[in-house]
Design a protein around this ligand. Sequence first.
Ligand SMILES: Nc1nc(=O)c2c([nH]1)NC[C@@H]1CN(c3ccc(C(=O)N[C@@H](CCC(=O)O)C(=O)O)cc3)C=[N+]21
Length: 284
Amino acid sequence: MVKLLDGKKLSQKMNVQMKQDVAALATQGIIPGLAVILVGDDAASHIYVRNKKRRAEKLGIRSVIEELPVTTTETELLQLIDQYNRDPEIDGILVQLPLPAQIDPWHVLLAIDPHKDVDGFSPVNMGKLWSGRPDVIACTPLGIMKLLAANGIDVAGMDALVIGRSTIVGRPMAGLLVNADATVTIAHTKTNDVKAIARRSDLIVAACGVAHFITADDVKPGAVVVDVGMDRLPDGKLTGDVDFEHVKDVASAITPVPGGVGPMTITMLMNQTIQLAKGRAQRE
Ligand SMILES: Nc1nc(=O)c2c([nH]1)NC[C@@H]1CN(c3ccc(C(=O)N[C@@H](CCC(=O)O)C(=O)O)cc3)C=[N+]21
């Protein structure tokens, strides 16, 4: 029987601890503060940001949402980031990716104070992760590690395949897996035969953005399959990079879409905002 890696259920469980943490901070007069900056009118991004605001409100985290027009210049965005860098009541800053073409995301990642980089995308935090000394960690990969651990899956010694090399998912995912003693392959669009690698992997993390890219034929019996995809089928339905219906009969454990990695991403974002606020409480 396949084990369903249920991110919604684990998120609800983690909410209990997070609410206690927020209450403890409140006795010290501290409310965790999260600034979310969204540039442009990408429909999916607006939905994620609204979800984040709702989750923050439920937990007692103060969130400030900045929705900027698609014409925003890089200078304007960097000025806003600097304003939040200096705001003592803001613990975490998140700039929703992707950004419009006139803004270089690298300049944005360099501008965010690493101590407020709640996404863990800045070069300082990425470097710390790859140095084996993680600090703030990218929320999606961190959520995946929590989901695996909570289901008793130890990746040590596993042959792991990460499909995708983005700053948001693939690279930090590979770093976390290496730190947890997995043997990691990072595949990408130029990889010669990703399916052959998939067939001999004990763990597959699919983050390539192609609906149902991983089929039952690509999965070794008993492998663990994690689906980071958020793809739309022609009928508009949300689906993942994994053909769940068929892969579930081959894998030993699998994440659903929705209800798997997505909810864990937001949970980690909230948890890291709370952890950063705890750091502020200690300094004050
Ligand atoms: N700086 C930055 N940080 C991010 O964390 C970030 C980003 N940029 N850009 C886009 C991606 C995407 N992302 C998701 C978060 C939650 C769900 C989520 O909650 N998904 C639900 C379903 C939602 C639905 O039904 O549409 C689920 O999987 O169950 C999905 C995707 C965060 N991202």
